[in-house]
Design a protein around this ligand. Sequence first.
Ligand code: GCB
Length: 651
Amino acid sequence: MAPGQAGAWGALGPLLWGCALALQGGMLYPRESPSRERKELDGLWGFRADFSDSRRRGFEQQWYRRPLRESGPTLDMPVPSSFNDVGQDAQLRSFVGWVWYEREVALPQRWSQDLDTRVVLRIGSAHYYAIVWVNGVHVAEHEGGHLPFEADISKLVQSGPLSSCRITIAINNTLTPHTLPPGTIQYKTDTSKYPKGYFIQDTKFDFFNYAGLHRPVLLYTTPTAYIDDITVTTGMDQDTGLVNYQVSVQGSEHFQLEVCLRDEEGKVVAEGTGGRGQLQVPNANLWWPYLMHEHPAYLYSLEVKLTAQTAAGPASDFYALPVGIRTVAVTESQFLINGKPFYFHGVNKHEDADIRGKGFDWSLLMKDFNLLRWLGANSFRTSHYPYAEEVMQLCDRYGIVVIDECPGVGIVLPESFGNVSLQHHLQVMEELVRRDKNHPAVVMWSVANEPASFLTPAGYYFKTVIAHTKTLDPSRPVTFVTNSNYAADLGVPYVDVICVNSYYSWYHDYGHLEVIQLQLATQFEAWYGAYQKPVIQSEYGAETIAGFHQDPPLMFSEEYQRSLLEQYHSVLDQKRKEYVVGELIWNFADFMTNQTPQRALGNKKGIFTRQRQPKSAAFLLRERYWRLANETRYHRSVVKSQCLGNSLFPF
Ligand code: GCB
């Protein structure tokens, strides 16, 4: 749906070029190779928020036609970053509507002169709706704030004497009942209380709707005949690893493909030709999760070489894809990786930090991964939207198992279960699977979090989304995350694994830690009894202000968070012997939310503060996770030696 088409966008959306561009082609991560170059556009961009009442001045005055500074004042805005918390302007922090980004780029001469080179602009994430122009020409539109999109800009940059290009990106953060996540714009028309035209953005999810260019923006090249997509699935036959590959090519009908698989030492272990096939790897090294094997996260490299005939003569393209050989399966009561029971002991995260908001940052990412490994966490859920591709790559490399969640959060309005929303949800799942299908770390798709799926249309809605996701990727189980209150959840019959959130002794019976064990046991028995499917405790936790102490424990103190966790753990320890296959704490770190009387500068259920310092519960969880790793180990000696080697083993 394009802004402007639906009434709900109201005054905020312009009337533009119709719907978003249809999905097209593959979405391979841009990697350098002998045939491909990259140019990163991170840094300071020109920026302006359109504060006009209609929010449409930028379109009326065609700000994309000329350098942005010529149509008014601009700010320097870092990319990647959310724009909200960078400045001192309260109005910009809570701005709803269109903001404009611009960057002039000098191109290598070859890119603008060699007609056999294809130049592609890739935007990692622009939240929420984006329109892109290059040198004033419209090149792309995209709906959805958490997945990448691209535009082939070769013709534009190769058509004139210019060796530079001006990239303009307009981004609208308005959420409607049909966006993912949904939201509504509420106009306050009582002029005795609100100024004329006053509105607010209302959402039903618990994190701040940060906006801007959140992830890297870059230009990259390929030859005009190029490897467009690669799909890999893996299996095992005894000790032989099976790598099924499929490669699609664009720009030529006459081509040859050669593939080879290299091990971590660079030795070729299997070779093939053609657009699809199966490689067999005798005595394969499997991709194992962190703490499950002495050499977790083993990655091969699938090298694909294209030789094509084009109008201009022969052309070659090379692409190397990291591949982990592993299997995933689900039984009535177990989650199996490589045929062994896997227990998720991990966290739920957010992309969130001081100042940068949801902006990607390497230092933050490494700190988070170092903390995950310190904690002994083997997994996380990308609550409540897909994370940056660089995060997923690190999960592959470190063996951190991922439940990959789409932005289906806060779906509670009946209008959000209609066909418009459904079609968009299906499209988002398609974009997500296309982007993340080759990551061995991704073991399950989550299509939503706590939708109001006890409403009648929700049953059909989720049946359709789950079935579609299984068609897109038959190799992984699918879940969505329900809530212990949603006993009549109409979506659960369709999932492979039941993920359930509960906040006993926090949102109910608050202060009464003594009822947790009974209520939690009842929850597990009810869900398993009804469906006989493995269950994951996908959220539990307590709001905790770092430095608040009270014993006996009272709510919001570090002691209360610890005690609540301990009550949960005692039931989890019984049920994991039966059918509970995981526990994910809410949350890894404190994070920003909307302002409400329930939130003191954001959600404080982190076991780390927003600055990534441990609360007391982090140490409790660390002890538990390392103990679980040792109990569910593949070989006892393995975990020990691995962790000693990394100076991580805490005992
Ligand atoms: C939930 C939601 C999560 C919230 C959390 C809470 O059930 O899934 O987004 O942040 O509860 O802390 O209330």
